[in-house]
Design a protein around this ligand. Structure first.
Ligand SMILES: Nc1ncnc2c1ncn2[C@@H]1O[C@H](COP(=O)(O)OP(=O)(O)O)[C@@H](O)[C@H]1O
Ligand SMILES: [Mg+2]
Length: 237
């Protein structure tokens, strides 16, 4: 089922000037008041404790609900700003194999929580290249989060890294339902999501990071089942 909560926008992601103007407006007009609201809710709660000490009073349940809605709004705004106002690449010499190993250790608990096997293949990626390690990890994280979401318990995610003289391939394969036919044309559209509570920004962000490195991002279904997302980056020494 396709959720129609937000308009899906096929923004040409090269129109950076427009995006940056939007981002500046949202950072100022939305995020600043949002942070002030969060702070004031906390203050209000502290004040209330002086007059209504009973922790289970209904007013605290209402406050908790307001806080949680504000937190999701804040998460959404941050994710949008990450898309619209990507940090400039901080290129450094990055040994890829340790980066992937370290990243795998970081996401392993999330896979374990979902009872999904994480297989990491790095035998063929002894390469050091110019890249922004933090942004690269963010791109791969977005792919792995999608894979975790798509894979039912008992399934498997394979994170494979492979390099030759010219290119680095980072592949995330899952044993989930695969990309739905109706989603194929929209994967990189800003806000396109088929998930309850999805932001629809994970793949657009990953694509921007790939392109900032001079690379691409390809997503397809494996004929044997599941989806395969591949970051292809030129190896710059
Ligand atoms: N591994 C995957 N398996 C199946 N569908 C996927 C996968 N990765 C992405 N998709 C589809 O692409 C859509 C957009 O993904 P994304 O941009 O990360 O946003 P979100 O994860 O918030 O929905 C998802 O809602 C889903 O329909
Ligand atoms: Mg996602």
């Amino acid at each position: 089922m396709e959720l129609a909560r937000r308009p899906v926008v096929a923004i040409d992601h090269r129109s950076d000037a427009l995006l940056e103007a939007l981002a500046a407006g949202i950072a100022h007009e939305v995020r600043n008041p949002l942070n002030a609201l969060q702070l004031n809710i906390e203050l209000l709660e502290e004040e209330l404790h002086a007059t209504i000490p009973e922790r289970d009073a209904r007013v605290y349940a209402i406050l908790a609900k307001v806080s949680s809605e504000l937190a999701s709004l804040d998460a959404f705004v941050s994710e949008f700003l990450r898309y619209a106002r990507p940090a400039r690449l901080r290129l450094e010499s990055v040994p890829i194999r340790p980066l992937i190993t370290e990243f795998a250790a970081f996401v392993a608990p999330e896979c374990a929580r979902k009872n999904v096997d994480l297989v990491v293949l790095t035998e063929r990626c002894h390469v050091t290249m110019q890249a922004d390690a933090l942004q690269l990890k963010r791109a791969v994280l977005n792919l792995v989060l999608n894979a975790i979401h798509a894979t039912p318990p008992g399934g498997r995610i394979t994170l494979e890294c492979q390099a030759d003289d010219r290119s680095l391939f980072i592949r995330v394969r899952d044993t989930g339902e695969g990309i739905r036919p109706e989603a194929k044309a929209h994967l990189f559209d800003v806000f396109y999501t088929t998930k309850e509570g999805g932001s629809g920004l994970g793949l657009p962000i990953a694509l921007r990071i790939a392109e900032a490195h001079g690379g691409t991002l390809e997503i397809e279904n494996d004929p044997k089942g599941g989806a395969v997302a591949t970051l292809v980056l030129p190896v710059r020494h």
